[in-house]
Unconditional design. Structure first.
Length: 434
């Protein structure tokens, strides 16, 4: 399979280039040259398959031309070492728990798959691969965990100072070894900008063998489409869900669109955001106006210029109308989110995190207009990652902290502070990573 840039459909690259270089030189994003569909035979069998079997079929649809079946099987099985249970809160009100991985957020799926695919793609290359990742919270932790102690790789994480939760920060800064954390005096968008600047410097990118682990990397999107299929098949036959996706950079929602193209029967998607509502605003008005992000309690969605928006547009041939037929927008502020956390607990005795709560509100709004709909809200992180907010709304000891998170609390934070200056960052890379 070949891949092309959203900016220049005629410029084709192979899988290795699309995954390892991750960003085309024209500043677009890579897309598969053709979007695969799963066979009618698959859609006869899909309800009886395991999560791993679904993963392998989806991964094969994208990568079988380039990666041998045995290697793909290993990559998929290594990725899906934990489940994604579908929990029913009330009839039609389903929550898909995506937080059972090592860092307790859905990003483990993409990061684990990407680390394994990259390792396979570079199996014969003696150079060290330097992975750059900007994070608004959960990406960095997932990437750090996925690459920690992987020979031949090192990871540089850029995160916005004071804008990630305490335990999130520990996930970025406490591992050590081949993981280095930079605490950037700026916003997530600044961090993303620094990463982009490093890649656009061709010499630097080449010399340091740079690669990116942000949701701009296609290798993260494909595995995220597995669980859309895995969850939909758990509903009674004939029920087509609406997926509610708490969104920031819109990688997760884009993965849902890929699943839809693969043939997944569903009635659409809801792009649920906090006050950083550029995409819901676009769906309403047709005008796309990126702007600086504002800080909220659902901090992993504090994105003012969502990086996957160009992919979403490409998937709809640039048509606003076509996008609006499949995706609906909804956004909620922190007060509504806090109230939702309390409601979900009171009504369903379920503890939902601030990101999932934004989704749950959008799902509730949707079902109030369309009472026969079944919504699947993606619960993107474990509530224990946002302990401050959870305790403010539900009281002390409202939830148990999973062991793998609790362990981190005692480890020291190790991070290098830096101003949000691309030249400074590039100089640091040249000196420290040479
Ligand atoms: C990253 C993240 C999101 C946003 O996902 P995108 O793919 O960037 O839209 C939502 N919730 C949580 C908990 C996250 O970590």
């Amino acid at each position: 399979m070949l891949y092309h840039s959203t900016h220049q459909p005629d410029r084709k690259v192979d899988l290795k280039e699309a995954i390892l270089r991750s960003l085309p030189p024209d500043n677009g994003l890579y897309m598969p040259d053709h979007l695969p569909q799963l066979s009618p035979d698959f859609w006869q069998r899909w309800r009886d398959l395991s999560f791993q079997e679904i993963g392998l079929e989806v991964a094969s649809a994208f990568f079988a031309e380039d990666v041998p079946a045995e290697a793909l099987q290993e990559i998929v099985d290594g990725t899906l070492a934990f489940d994604a249970p579908l929990v029913t809160l009330a009839p039609g009100d389903h929550v898909l728990e995506l937080f059972h991985g090592p860092t307790l957020a859905f990003k483990d799926f993409g990061a684990r798959f990407m680390a394994r695919l990259m390792a396979w793609l570079t199996r014969d290359d003696p150079r060290t691969l330097t992975v750059l990742v900007a994070t608004s919270g959960d990406t960095g932790g997932a990437v750090a965990s996925a690459y920690h102690q992987v020979p031949g790789t090192r990871v540089v994480i850029l995160y916005p100072k004071g804008k990630v939760s305490g335990l999130q920060e520990k996930q970025l800064t406490a591992l050590g070894g081949n993981i280095t954390a930079l605490e950037i005096d700026g916003s997530f968008d600044d961090c993303q900008h620094l990463v982009k600047a490093a890649f656009l410097d061709r010499d630097l990118a080449e010399n340091l063998n740079l690669t990116s682990a942000n949701s701009i990397n296609l290798a993260r999107l494909v595995p995220q489409s597995f669980y859309y299929i895995h969850s939909a098949r758990q509903l009674p036959e004939g029920i087509r869900p609406i997926f509610v996706v708490p969104s920031g950079n819109f990688g997760n929602l884009t993965a849902g669109l890929l699943a839809h193209r693969l043939g997944l029967p569903c009635d659409g998607f809801i792009a649920a955001t906090n006050l950083n509502d550029v995409v819901p605003a676009y769906l309403k008005s047709g005008d796309y106006l990126a702007r600086p992000s504002v800080q909220t309690i659902s901090n992993a969605m504090d994105v003012g210029a969502p990086s996957n928006f160009v992919r979403m547009q490409a998937l709809f041939g640039g048509s606003w109308d076509a996008m609006r037929r499949l995706i609906h927008g909804a956004s909620f502020d922190d007060d509504a989110t806090r109230a939702a956390i309390r409601s979900v607990k009171a009504m369903h005795d379920y503890v939902i995190d601030p990101h999932g709560a934004v989704g749950w509100l959008a799902a509730k709004q949707w079902r109030s207009q369309s009472p026969t709909s079944a919504t699947i809200t993606l619960e993107t992180a474990h509530p224990a990652k946002f302990l401050d907010v959870m305790e403010q709304e539900l009281g002390k000891s409202c939830l148990e902290i999973p062991e793998r998170l609790a362990k981190l609390a005692d480890l020291p934070k190790v991070a290098t502070p830096m101003n949000a200056d691309p030249e400074l960052f590039k100089t640091w890379l040249r000196q420290e990573m040479a």
